[in-house]
Each structure stands twice: as structure tokens, then as C-alpha cells.
Design a protein around this ligand. Sequence first.
Ligand SMILES: Cc1cc2nc3c(=O)[nH]c(=O)nc-3n(C[C@H](O)[C@H](O)[C@H](O)COP(=O)(O)OP(=O)(O)OC[C@H]3O[C@@H](n4cnc5c(N)ncnc54)[C@H](O)[C@@H]3O)c2cc1C
Length: 65
Amino acid sequence: MVTPAGITVDAQQMTTVPGVYACGDVTTGNQIAFAVAGGAMAAMQAANAIFYDTLPAGARSPDSA
Ligand SMILES: Cc1cc2nc3c(=O)[nH]c(=O)nc-3n(C[C@H](O)[C@H](O)[C@H](O)COP(=O)(O)OP(=O)(O)OC[C@H]3O[C@@H](n4cnc5c(N)ncnc54)[C@H](O)[C@@H]3O)c2cc1C
């Protein structure tokens, strides 16, 4: 969801689309530190989802079930 403040993300930087992450100025921050922190969180969560299959069931590929 894109609001006037930017793309909506949860505490793990995941957008309202499961498995899709966003960070930086397109979310809510306007400082470098927040962009870097959000990028680190998003990267870790995406890696966890890929390697440890933590994505919600609806976001997994049929092959990974
Ligand atoms: C004048 C100014 C001064 C600032 N001073 C400070 C400061 O002192 N301290 C501080 O913490 N923050 C400051 N900021 C804010 C800081 O620059 C941003 O918060 C930070 O750069 C956000 O990083 P980002 O990766 O989200 O976006 P960006 O750094 O804007 O990176 C986005 C990148 O995406 C690229 N891009 C855009 N559209 C596309 C497309 N369609 N396809 C491919 N690439 C695309 C752009 O070219 C850009 O390289 C300042 C900002 C400005 C404008």
C-alpha cells in the first residue's frame, strides 16, 4: 500500500505484498541512517525467507511446499 508517507511496511520492512520488502525514503524515513537500517533489516528478512522458508504460505512457490 502506498500512502502519502510512502510504501507501508511492517517492523521487518515487508510490504503489504508478502515476500516483497521496501526501505529508505520510499517508506517513511528521510535520513540516511534509517535507510541503511531498513535496508539491512529487509535484506536479512528476505534471506531468512529464502533460506529458512519463513514466508507466509501464500507467498511460497508451489515447489517449496
Ligand atoms: C539535499 C539533501 C540533503 C540531505 N542531507 C541529509 C543528511 O545530512 N543526513 C541524512 O541522514 N539524510 C540526508 N538526506 C536524506 C538522504 O539523502 C536520504 O534519506 C537517503 O539518501 C535515502 O536513501 P534511499 O536509498 O532510500 O534513496 P536514494 O538515495 O534517493 O536512492 C534511490 C536511487 O534509486 C534510483 N532510482 C530512482 N528511480 C529509479 C528507477 N526507476 N530505476 C532505477 N533506479 C531508480 C535513484 O537514481 C537513486 O540512485 C538529504 C537529502 C537531500 C535531498
